[in-house]
Design a protein around this ligand. Structure first.
Ligand SMILES: Cc1cc2nc3c(=O)[nH]c(=O)nc-3n(C[C@H](O)[C@H](O)[C@H](O)COP(=O)(O)OP(=O)(O)OC[C@H]3O[C@@H](n4cnc5c(N)ncnc54)[C@H](O)[C@@H]3O)c2cc1C
Length: 339
């Protein structure tokens, strides 16, 4: 039996962040992931912003989580020797004079005006008839690059296993758990929407929310910025393609790729770009959301060394580092260190 401190189920953003914070505290981990390609974390746009939602609100608590997330991602970049965090303004294009007028009124709120700029640089070949504002303290994470780089790092130190975790094979002894060849003090479940199969946290409910993304080839890629208009966003990426999204189908866990998702995004992109573009990829995945939008970062009521991080919803990037650190601190405070 190999003794480790913590076994983590799932290597999406949640599981990766839990493993990273535990390792930063000097605790040994083993991460198991089924290796699915289209998970929420793998296809996510990875965007974060100081102003969010239809009503364009600034939330102080969320902003401090965002600062923590940026620090965490910078530390991870240093460890892995890759750049996946891009801090850039978002150009929010108004879709009507009404929206513009409402937004300009918000400028009287000093929190809002501190995060925005009225004088936006103009962008060629963009439909910008009602004007735009820039949202500062925003950007995006290349999620697939971050997950792959961290997976390689874990694999190189024999801390990663690609397998489907079987709940009925988990042995619960006095102060330890056993699974396969491993004996460990803590187990942390981070399975995203597939948590539905988890028999240990039956009372925690996940609302699945299906979302699609498309990837575009676009000749004027070099001139683009991060753009948002009427619920649609475009992110120019480093490989000269553009990510565009997204759709929101609540209470939907159908993983099938449907043409309706592709055409919904395509129509919205047509409202932003005045030039031709070509769709070169279309993906779909299920977000793990909760009814009250609260993240599930919990210790099991009976098994005190069993935890769950889930329900990151539409804001996985900002929320995962903060709540993963919270769980790693609970584990560290108990001073339960196997090896
Ligand atoms: C289209 C789309 C766009 C998005 N854009 C953004 C965005 O711009 N900004 C933002 O902040 N958020 C965004 N999100 C939301 C974000 O992706 C999620 O909040 C986040 O990815 C959830 O991460 P997770 O690790 O909890 O779940 P997941 O990403 O689902 O990861 C769970 C992992 O656990 C593994 N797993 C599950 N069960 C088992 C098992 N039994 N054994 C082994 N492995 C298992 C799965 O294979 C998976 O790898 C977007 C989501 C979608 C779908």
């Amino acid at each position: 039996m190999k003794k480790i401190n913590s076994l983590i189920i799932g290597q999406g953003i949640a599981g990766s962040m839990v493993a990273f914070h535990l390792q930063q505290k000097g605790l040994s981990v083993m991460v198991i992931d089924a290796g699915k390609k289209n998970t929420a974390s793998r296809i996510a746009a990875g965007m974060f912003s100081s102003i969010s939602g239809k009503r364009k609100t600034f939330d102080e608590a969320m902003y401090s989580k965002q600062k923590f997330a940026i620090d965490t991602f910078r530390q991870m970049e240093k460890l892995l020797g890759v750049e996946f965090l891009h801090e850039e303004n978002i150009h929010h294009l108004f879709y009507s004079e009404n929206e513009k007028a409402e937004t300009l009124l918000r400028m009287h709120d000093e929190n809002f005006s501190a995060q925005t700029e009225l004088n936006t640089s103009s962008i060629e070949n963009i439909k910008q008839e009602h004007g735009a504002i820039e949202i500062k303290n925003s950007g995006w994470i290349d999620c697939a690059l971050m997950l792959d780089s961290y997976r390689n790092y874990l694999s190189a130190s024999h801390c990663f296993s690609m397998a489907d975790f079987k709940y009925d094979e988990l042995e619960i002894k006095n102060e330890v758990f056993c699974y396969g060849d491993f004996e460990f003090t803590n187990i942390i479940f981070c399975e995203g929407y597939q948590k539905q199969k988890n028999p240990f946290f039956e009372n925690e409910n996940i609302v699945p929310c299906k979302g699609d993304m498309i990837t575009l080839k676009y000749a004027n890629h070099g001139n683009l910025k991060i753009l948002k208009r009427n619920g649609c966003f475009l992110i120019p990426t480093n490989d000269e393609t553009v990510k565009a999204g997204s759709t929101y189908l609540w209470n939907n866990d159908n993983e099938q790729l449907l043409p309706s998702g592709r055409s919904e995004i395509k129509n919205k992109v047509n409202d932003i770009l005045s030039d031709e573009f070509e769709i070169i990829n279309h993906q779909t995945a299920i977000r793990p959301t909760t009814k009250n939008r609260e993240v599930i970062a919990k210790q099991h009521s009976e098994y005190k060394n069993m935890f769950m991080l889930n329900g990151l919803g539409t804001k996985g990037i900002i929320q995962a580092p903060y709540f993963a650190n919270y769980i790693s601190e609970l584990i560290e405070r108990k001073k339960i260190i196997a090896i």
